[in-house]
Design a protein around this ligand. Structure first.
Ligand SMILES: NC(=O)c1ccc[n+]([C@@H]2O[C@H](COP(=O)([O-])OP(=O)(O)OC[C@H]3O[C@@H](n4cnc5c(N)ncnc54)[C@H](OP(=O)(O)O)[C@@H]3O)[C@@H](O)[C@H]2O)c1
Length: 288
């Protein structure tokens, strides 16, 4: 971390922002590493007091440590649990830094809407392992106000796209389904694969190629008995799954319903697009 001086700080906030990164969860760790890799000046705080997440770990009281952390900041990144963000902002958003300047607040939760902070939701998953430093600048942010994002983060080259606060709940639901639900499904299948002694490398290669095919050809990458219309195979799959993992069998049936409903919708959309033939007497279409 690029250290900021404890005392005698020059007020360069108008030229280059100084950040405070709050929290010690998954996102906070990734943000600290990203900002460190770009040599951006930041102080860090978390309520737990661990030195990795606290520039002023020697200050034992969390509130005092936070005050010192904010003293050096102009922009505060609130990387806390969704439920903690609004109460935290209500308590601290009027804090000023050591120069008496108000702070700009940013949070990263698509599900949180508050006028006290800019929302910048990274469209990425942050688990325990850090990414390579050159990966972070490619992560896109969904933001209430992209111009403000550029002002608060002039050194970041990340793509930013505009998303109005009232569109965020749907966007977030889609992110969760697209990003988290396949993993739940894969966890369920992995248990079965390992019981059958299927090598994990072979499964990994299969999943990697499935993802790659989808990214390249989202409309045509799907294969398997549903696409082939092989109803007997699907029935047998459900029976086998019901015996080994009833929850997976239910999921299988739900996916079948989803697939058939989507097929019907697509067929009726296509039918609506085809102009109805003119069958009035005398028109060529009427002769046939
Ligand atoms: N992880 C992702 O993939 C991802 C992706 C996009 C956006 N986000 C957003 O990033 C934010 C953080 O998510 P995360 O995955 O990093 O969560 P996380 O790993 O669960 O970490 C949450 C952090 O919040 C702290 N915290 C909770 N309540 C607090 C309170 N009242 N006061 C102070 N600190 C508190 C926790 O402190 P303790 O350690 O002391 O419990 C922990 O350090 C969320 O808003 C989330 O929506 C995450």
């Amino acid at each position: 971390m690029r250290q900021v001086p404890n005392t005698g700080m020059a007020d360069t906030s108008a030229i280059s922002p100084r950040y405070a990164i709050l929290g010690n969860g998954r996102l906070a760790r990734h943000l600290r590493y990203y900002f460190f890799s770009l040599d951006l000046p930041f102080t860090a705080w978390s309520r737990c007091g661990t030195p990795q997440a606290n520039t002023f770990a020697e200050i034992t009281h969390p509130a005092d440590r936070l005050e010192r952390t904010l003293n050096h900041a102009t922009v505060v990144l609130v990387a806390l649990n969704d439920a903690a963000i609004v109460p935290f902002l209500q308590q601290h958003a009027t804090c000023t830094n050591a120069h008496g300047k108000p702070l700009s607040w940013v949070h990263f939760a698509a599900s949180v809407d508050t006028p006290q902070a800019l929302c910048a939701h990274p469209l990425m998953t942050f688990a325990d392992a850090l990414y390579d430093a050159d990966f972070y600048p490619r992560i896109a942010f969904a933001c209430d106000d992209p111009a403000r994002f550029r002002t608060l983060f002039p050194a970041l080259s990340n793509p930013v796209f505009a998303l109005a606060p009232d569109q965020r709940p749907l966007y977030h639901a889609l992110c969760v389904m697209a990003g988290n639900f396949p993993q739940l499904l894969w966890q369920g299948c992995n248990a079965g694969f390992s019981q059958l002694g299927v090598p994990s490398d072979a499964v990994a290669m299969y999943l990697r190629q499935i993802s790659e095919n989808f990214i390249r050809h989202p409309d045509t990458a799907l294969t398997g008995p549903l696409v082939r219309g092989d109803a007997a195979t699907c029935t047998s799959h459900r029976q086998q799954l019901r015996a080994s993992d009833p929850a997976l069998a239910e999921l299988y049936a739900a996916f079948e319903r989803f697939f058939h409903q989507r097929q019907q919708t697509q067929a009726s959309n296509r039918a609506a697009e085809i102009p109805f033939p003119d069958t009035t007497p005398g028109h060529p279409a009427h002769e046939h």
